[in-house]
Every structure is written in C-alpha cells, then in structure tokens.
Design a protein around this ligand. Structure first.
Ligand code: ADP
Length: 176
C-alpha cells in the first residue's frame, strides 16, 4: 500500500487525557452529559466547564460527532462521538465507521492537524477490538488520503493487548 497516510498514524498505549495534540476524541453517550470509562476521565481532567458546555449542545445521535473546547486539557478541542452498542448486526460497522469519519471531518473543519482517538465502543459498549481496529484504521487512512492537511492521527489504547492488536494491524497493512 502507498505509505504516506500510514506514516501519519501512531499507535500508543496510555491515557488519552495526556496527549499533546490539537484535539482528542471522546467516546461519549447520546446525552453528552458524561459517563464512565474514557468519558469520565476526560470530564474529570477537562473540568466542570466541559459539562456546562455539553449541556448546551442537547445530545448527539449515535454515529455523529460534536465539538467543544478542551478547557483544562492540553488539547484545544474535544470531539465527542457516540459509538454503537455492539449488537453483532451489520449496522454496528456502519455506525462505527461514521463515528470515525464524522470525527475526522469535524477536526478538519476546525483546522485541527493532530488528533487522538480512544477505542470507541470497545469498553462498556462491547465492540470486539479486532473488528473495531480495522474500521478505525481503514476509515482514517481513507480520510488522510483525501485530506493532506491532517498531519497526525494517534490511536491511544488503554490496555497493552489492545495496543498489540492495533500495532499488528498496522504491520499487516504496511506489508501489503
Ligand atoms: P464505550 O462506551 O464507547 O465502549 P468506554 O469508555 O467504556 O467507551 O471504552 C472505550 C475504550 O476506551 C476502552 O477500550 C477503554 O479501555 C478505553 N479507555 C478508558 N479510559 C481511557 C483513557 N483514559 N484513555 C484512553 N483509553 C481509555
């Protein structure tokens, strides 16, 4: 495969709130009023002004994305997207693809040139990491091909197992 877009992708194990990027993506729920997992961590780190701004948005349907300021985070923006609860049906992959595409598009619209994603839907929402990883990486590569102003997309994985899944997939597609 042509290597340019892949070179703009980084895989890192760690906590997404520490990332020094223009924007981080939050795996939110449809209320946008906070929750557990990565959502809770982002709200705690960004501070109470984030919840105040989220309350003015009025929620977000599954597969769509909304943007707020980053407040106490290093990141200038937080892009909140709502992944599907895994059901095993075909609509799961369509909705998860839309999460990545809409998040990337919103980032580009706000002149974000570096963006970090958690593994959307892969916690409480139960999406299998191997399937979700392919959707995340393939959707990002196709966006990067069409949007050269995006310089860096980082996938931040909380567990070393998930980090391994992403690194293996990047190796696999790099060898194609
Ligand atoms: P969802 O409801 O979309 O499944 P979760 O927050 O439950 O969202 O989990 C999404 C992924 O984010 C999981 O793989 C989880 O391990 C991971 N995660 C949780 N906290 C953090 C964090 N601080 N930084 C990066 N990833 C995180």
């Amino acid at each position: 495969m042509e290597n340019g877009p892949i070179k703009k992708i980084d895989i890192q194990q760690g906590d997404i709130i520490r990332l020094k990027v223009d924007a981080i993506v939050n795996a939110a729920n449809t209320s946008l009023l906070g929750g557990g997992g990565v959502d809770g961590a982002i709200h705690r780190a960004a501070g109470p002004q984030l919840l105040a701004e989220c309350k003015t948005i009025g929620g977000c349907p599954t597969g769509e994305a909304r943007i707020t300021k980053g407040y106490n985070l290093y990141a200038r923006y937080i892009i909140h997207t709502v992944g599907p609860v895994y059901s095993g049906e075909q609509k799961d992959s369509q909705l998860l693809t839309r999460c990545y595409r809409n998040s990337l598009k919103l980032a580009g619209d706000h002149d974000v040139t570096s963006l970090a994603f958690p593994a959307i839907s892969c916690g409480v929402y139960g999406y299998p990491i191997t399937k979700a990883c392919k959707i995340a990486v393939d959707t990002t590569i196709s966006f990067l091909k069409d949007n050269p102003s995006m310089e860096k997309v980082i996938f931040v994985l909380f567990s070393s197992d998930d980090d391994g899944v992403y690194k293996d997939y990047i190796s696999e597609i790099s060898a194609r």
